[in-house]
Design a protein around this ligand. Structure first.
Ligand SMILES: NC(=O)c1ccc[n+]([C@@H]2O[C@H](COP(=O)([O-])OP(=O)(O)OC[C@H]3O[C@@H](n4cnc5c(N)ncnc54)[C@H](O)[C@@H]3O)[C@@H](O)[C@H]2O)c1
Length: 328
């Protein structure tokens, strides 16, 4: 039986708990949150025996093998370092931390204490994005490519996401998924450029254009916003352009499945099917992988180093906008 403690019982803490409660041979033993209402409702919903308002108490008193760190990002550092020192395995939500020195120390401490440290890059378990990597490896539209993600919405509702000292806005918090997957797919980063704006009243940029160029010539382009009014969102454009054609994410879909559509000179091709909810399934696979790594004493496929490398890109993206000396 793998015994788990959940630190942070907000959106992601609950999401992971719902997955864990369905798994065999896993038990959520304890939970921690500074918000008593959230903690109590979590206790009732998941039938948790032990609750704490201080994560240090959970680490000290609760007999758990592993923790899920699902607090706002600026708190990941202290929780992960202390959990590693207490010899707990760690699943930590992304982004890994709010500066690179913290990320380095977290990796170091987990290695020193021989605990598993997995970062929540769920796209690494999403069949759709994995298929994209496979198609890129096969050069389905030739290489190099431009991978375009164009989207705007009103963003998460909690203010901490937009605070430069806590969540750091969409070009860190949200886009790290894309930076990580692009590194996984395209390799070493060569150059990062960005033009960022702020529509909302907070301290992080919430809108902008980013390009990440890779040594092989591929480019990731994001044109994103979390700055639109409540309940307003733009159209979503997700595709890759290459010398031999275009690959469109979910270019065709029905009620259950989605397909990539590849357009080339000689015509159009559907590639799939992929379940419509591949991301939801990815979250389940991600957590199964974490538990499997604990049971079999294996290294996770998404490590602290991956958290560090993608955060490095994120800080190159926002560095021209902010002069926070502790970014690097
Ligand atoms: N993988 C993904 O797709 C994904 C999606 C959303 C958020 N996230 C990440 O997950 C993390 C949590 O995000 P969220 O959406 O659940 O945020 P949230 O605001 O919904 O929940 C955070 C919870 O942490 C609690 N908390 C605050 N300080 C604490 C402390 N000192 N000790 C214990 N608990 C504390 C808050 O009270 C809250 O209940 C963030 O790092 C975020 O970037 C990942």
């Amino acid at each position: 039986m793998v015994k788990i403690g959940i630190i942070g019982t907000g959106g992601m803490g609950r999401y992971h708990a719902n997955i864990l409660k369905k798994m065999n041979d896993v038990k959520i033993v304890s939970a921690c949150d500074v918000n008593i209402d959230s903690l109590n409702s979590f206790k009732n919903e998941f039938g948790i025996e032990e609750i704490y308002t201080d994560f240090k108490e959970l680490l000290k008193k609760s007999d758990v093998d592993a923790i899920i760190c699902a607090t706002p990002t600026h708190l990941h550092y202290e929780i992960v370092v202390k959990a590693a020192k207490s010899k707990k395995h760690i699943f930590c939500e992304k982004p890994i931390a709010i500066n690179l020195r913290q990320a380095e120390k977290m990796i170091e401490e987990c290695e020193k204490n021989n605990v598993i440290f997995q970062i929540g890059y769920v796209r690494r378990f999403d069949e759709e994005w994995l298929k994209f990597k496979e198609l890129m490896d096969k050069k389905i539209i030739g290489r190099p490519v431009i991978w375009q993600q164009i989207w705007g919405g009103s963003g998460p509702s909690s203010d901490w996401f937009y605070d430069i000292k806590k969540g750091m806005g969409p070009f860190v918090d949200g886009a790290v998924h894309s930076y990580d997957f692009a590194i996984y797919t395209f390799g070493k980063v060569k150059k990062v450029k960005s033009s960022l704006l702020k529509f909302k009243k907070f301290t992080s940029p919430d809108t902008g254009v980013v390009s990440v160029e890779f040594e092989g010539g591929d480019i990731l382009v994001l044109c994103w916003s979390w700055g639109l009014p409540k309940n307003v969102s733009s159209q979503y454009l997700h595709q890759a352009l290459g010398p031999e054609g275009v690959l469109i994410f979910a270019g065709y879909q029905d009620e259950k499945e989605k397909y990539f559509v590849v357009r080339k000179e000689k015509g159009e091709e559907k590639i799939g099917p992929i379940p419509l909810n591949s991301l939801v399934i990815g979250f389940e696979k991600q957590m199964s992988h974490f538990i499997e790594c604990i049971k079999d004493n294996k290294k996770p496929i998404v490590s602290g180093i991956d958290g560090y490398e993608s955060l490095k890109v994120a800080f190159q993206v926002i560095k021209n906008w902010f002069t926070r000396s502790d970014l690097v």
